[in-house]
Design a protein around this ligand. Structure first.
Ligand code: FE2
Length: 202
């Protein structure tokens, strides 16, 4: 390698490391971004075919209501993906999942719109025991899109004291999925934003 080429290559490598924290191949064609949202366990309570609906708070369900919303992006970290299917499921404030009823309580699915956006109205989940420890409050996600790898993941909430001892929420890869609950407007409505970055299928 001549000196000029060596310097150029080194400079590119340095940019890649400093910008992303990982060494990535400098090849546009095989570029696989590491903005991809990390996965989490499916857990035992997934049910397929959750109803297509955005409002999971019907029938006066107990709990603090939140607007859960975000944008789904492709593997280039910037292109919104339309028609991605978002499925969410969670427990109620007592820590119970609806595993049997046809109401599919606190379960729903929705497709992203032209701008890659999705939103649900739901509640902050309660907690349930995993052995002797409570799992932190969390909402499960399954995201599927025709050109992307399926994503199974969970979100958690900042300042939840049960995160620290939970093996999944305390994993460093969950860091970007521990989300703030924000005041959405002047009326005290709460919101949680979870933007999702998918990886290419191949
Ligand atoms: Fe769960």
């Amino acid at each position: 390698m001549n000196r000029k080429k060596f310097i150029t290559t080194s400079a590119l490598a340095a940019i890649s490391i400093s910008a992303c924290g990982n060494i990535k191949k400098i090849d546009e064609n095989s570029f696989n971004s590491n903005c991809a949202t990390t996965n989490d366990i499916l857990g035992p309570f997934y049910r397929p075919n959750a109803p297509k609906r955005q409002d999971l708070t019907t029938n006066n369900i107990a709990g603090s209501k939140i607007d859960l919303k975000g944008i789904v992006y492709g593997s280039d970290c910037k292109t919104p993906l339309k028609n991605a299917l978002i499925e969410i499921w969670q427990c109620d404030v007592e820590g119970n999942y609806d595993n049997t009823s046809q109401e599919f309580k606190l379960r729903g699915s929705w497709n992203t719109n032209e701008n890659g956006e999705y939103s649900f109205k739901t509640i902050l989940p309660g907690k349930y025991l995993n052995g002797k420890l409570y799992r932190p409050a969390h909402i499960h996600f399954r995201v599927t899109e025709q050109n992307s790898k399926e994503l199974i993941s969970q979100i958690y909430f900042k300042n939840d004291p049960n995160i620290q001892e939970d093996p999944w929420a305390s994993d460093p890869k969950a860091e970007l999925r521990i989300l703030p609950i924000t005041l959405e407007d002047t009326k005290g409505n709460l919101a949680v934003q979870f933007d999702i970055y998918l990886s290419n299928k191949n």
